[in-house]
Design a protein around this ligand. Structure first.
Ligand code: PDD
Length: 286
């Protein structure tokens, strides 16, 4: 099926949608993005993603080309037009196309480029991987120092996924100064003695929208949460590990660098948090 996508104010069949070769997203990775999940045909945590988008744009001094209520309407229209019941909506805004390639930003009145498309993922909430858990390797974190901004510079995370694949694993957790920062496209957690441990917020990691919701639900369920950095050795010695993201929700991690974590199967805390997250998020989806 040909998808309907959104480009600069227009809904178009995907094969008719185009962006300039001078677009700064293409030439300089000068753009930001968001990924919002869809369950039961509704958007999960749209407000959180819209707020983070505004923050990312602000941090880069980029103009926001669309009001939040209009952005919501575009998301909903794409869900409708593409009959998405479970899936993802990808949104990207770049600093637009200058007249030529130039490192300096183009003049203020250059219109930003905005693109949205859907990814149909039937069975997203009922992922078989959530039942078996996934295996990760650790790699050095070689990204830039503003990982709190959700930019489209994703080459190193892509390389990390390929390194994981080559090692027969599913993903990589990145390590800096001896501590885990985050996964290639997710936030990382361990559980020890019933306590959920995840890195504190700073410029070193993306401030995950799923992370914020999961920590809120965990605290509401009287689970203990500690926001601090942890090492690979600590993770290997943990009772459980998991990661969170808008595309995987809460995903158990059962192996790190070849060492089984806990029993080597998804643990009760990750399993419970996934259930709570899916239940609660569905109730307030819009
Ligand atoms: N990735 N950390 C990184 C580096 C990420 O790329 C992501 C999300 C997260 C989790 O953030 P959230 O809970 O808001 O999805 C953490 C998206 C899903 C992606 O790149 O596809």
């Amino acid at each position: 099926m040909t998808r309907t996508v959104y480009v600069n104010g227009k809904y178009l069949p995907e094969n008719e949608a185009t962006v300039s070769i001078f677009d700064r997203g293409f030439l300089f990775a000068d753009g930001v993005y968001e990924v919002t999940s869809v369950l039961d045909g509704k958007l999960i945590d749209f407000d959180g993603h819209a707020r983070r988008l505004a923050r990312s744009l602000g941090e880069l001094g980029m103009r926001n080309p669309i009001a939040t209520e209009d952005l919501l309407e575009v998301h909903r229209e794409l869900v409708r037009a593409n009959s998405i019941v479970e899936g993802l909506i990808y949104l990207q805004i770049t600093r637009g196309a200058a007249a030529d390639r130039d490192f300096a930003y183009p003049c203020e009145d250059t219109p930003p480029t905005i693109v949205l498309f859907t990814q149909n993922k039937p069975g997203l909430a009922d992922s078989p991987m959530a039942k078996t858990g996934i295996k990760v390797i650790s790699i050095e974190d070689q990204r830039w120092a503003r990982r709190d901004i959700k930019t489209v510079q994703l080459l190193y995370p892509s390389m990390g996924k390929m390194m994981a694949k080559a090692a027969g694993c599913d993903d990589a957790w990145m390590v800096e100064d001896g501590a885990v920062t985050e996964g290639t496209s997710n936030n990382a957690y361990i559980v020890k003695g019933g306590k959920i441990i995840t890195r504190h917020l700073s410029n070193d990691i993306l401030h995950g929208i799923t992370r914020a919701a999961v920590l809120r639900f965990a605290r509401e369920a009287q689970m203990e949460v500690e926001e601090r950095a942890f090492t690979v050795a600590e993770a290997q010695d943990a009772d459980e590990a998991f990661f969170t993201s808008a595309s995987a929700f809460v995903m158990p991690v059962v192996e790190l660098d070849g060492a089984a974590i806990g029993t080597g199967a998804p643990g009760p805390v990750a399993t419970r948090l996934r259930e709570i997250y899916l239940d609660e998020s569905r109730q307030v989806a819009i």
